[in-house]
Unconditional design. Structure first.
Length: 259
């Protein structure tokens, strides 16, 4: 059996330390798809609901869908929006929503920081049946991985993690330009009108936030043992201490395909 990528303790780190989204992201999606209080949105691969919660006040209902039960449990516990509903499922299950939601009923299908886990070409084609005219698909990435940024502290963090895991780190999680271009081409090939924008903001990070963010991206088997985590944190602190304050520019990429 395959180990859940975000099960167990990892889901708790994900909820606590993964960045939320600034209101400008919800503004961009509202404008792109002309969202109203009559609309329904599906947030696929919702994780613990960071984007789901931002969208909820803008629409009639938002469906947060994820294949990991632990992530959905965290999302439910952290969300007070009465119009947010949580569904267990993956991208391969989207077609099964058609008889439930109804064809042409969704205003948007959003995928935030999760498309690299999915068959995006099939998903873009399947989504068209569910989307209303003027609706569409949004691929959202919330900054580059902490260990792959163009800063001295990020390089130092990458060295610590590569040593700890015993392998170089290179996965961009779909945030790189080549992945974005591939997604844009696939949206265009599926018949969508493609647009994109970048929403940037600065953030200052503590060592606790960096280590928590790292743990949120690990599988449960990769996490240091509980009694080893203070030493791991201290190792990160020592490696990054010459570069404080630890500041990053977060670039939220919003790639949209309108039906």
């Amino acid at each position: 059996m395959t180990e859940p990528a975000f099960g167990g303790e990892v889901s708790k780190y994900y909820q606590r330390f993964r960045r939320g989204y600034p209101p400008a992201v919800a503004d961009a999606l509202t404008t792109s798809f002309a969202l109203t209080r009559e609309d329904v949105v599906l947030d696929l691969g919702c994780g613990t609901g960071q984007l789901t919660r931002v969208l909820a006040p803008r629409v009639s209902a938002v469906l947060g869908m994820d294949p990991e039960p632990a992530m959905l449990a965290q999302a439910r516990a952290a969300t007070s929006s009465p119009n947010a509903t949580w569904l267990l499922g993956a991208d391969a299950d989207v077609a099964a929503l058609t008889p439930v939601v109804g064809p042409g009923r969704l205003a948007a299908l959003t995928v935030a920081q999760a498309l690299h886990w999915m068959d995006h070409e099939r998903l873009f084609t399947t989504a068209r049946t569910l989307l209303r005219p003027g609706g569409g698909v949004a691929v959202v990435t919330n900054g580059e991985p902490l260990w792959l940024q163009d800063t001295a502290w990020s390089s130092a963090l990458r060295e610590v993690l590569s040593s700890f895991l015993g392998t170089p780190l290179h996965r961009t999680c779909g945030t790189d330009s080549a992945s974005q271009a591939r997604y844009a081409d696939a949206l265009s090939a599926a018949g969508y009108v493609v647009d994109s924008q970048v929403i940037s903001y600065d953030a200052v990070l503590s060592i606790e936030e960096i280590v928590g963010g790292v743990f949120s991206a690990m599988s449960p088997s990769q996490l240091p043992a509980v009694d080893e985590r203070p030493a791991f944190t201290e190792r990160v602190r020592e490696a990054l201490s010459p570069f404080g304050p630890l500041r990053e520019q977060v670039r939220v990429r919003v790639l949209t395909g309108t039906r």
